[in-house]
Design a protein around this ligand. Structure first.
Ligand SMILES: [Ca+2]
Ligand SMILES: [Ca+2]
Length: 122
């Protein structure tokens, strides 16, 4: 019996370690600037963007969203902005910050800014 408890505990610890070590993209978000999806923003992300723009490799999904640090479409300016971040010039585009993507299967609350409030009848 004690052996089963020890094995179960080891399996739970292993599962927890796997979940904790997953990159942000697997949890429904991404790290802004992390174009190659390795969980860090560094010069390899700049190279990944350059390779995408040169049609050597193709980015897709959250990786292309992560690479587009200024949100206006992926172009060479995004690579430059990451280089400026790495050189500690500026970080006005919140590079290396997590962007959470809502689960598309979860209904999102809808709000109409022009909707009139409901007044209960008396
Ligand atoms: Ca990276
Ligand atoms: Ca851009």
């Amino acid at each position: 019996m004690k052996r089963i408890v020890v094995i179960a505990f080891a399996v739970i610890c292993l599962f927890a370690a796997i979940v904790i070590s997953l990159p942000v993209s697997a949890a429904g978000g991404y790290l802004r600037g992390d174009a190659d999806g390795d969980g860090n923003v560094n010069i390899k992300d700049v190279t990944t963007i350059q390779r995408h723009l040169a049609d050597i490799d193709r980015l897709s999904g959250n990786r292309i969203k992560a690479a587009d640090v200024d949100g206006n479409g992926l172009n060479i300016d995004d690579a430059t902005r990451i280089q400026r971040y790495l050189a500690e010039f500026e970080n006005i585009y919140h590079i290396n910050e997590t962007v959470t993507v809502p689960d598309p299967t979860t209904p999102q609350p809808t709000s109409d800014p022009f909707e009139l409030p409901v007044v209960p009848k008396k």
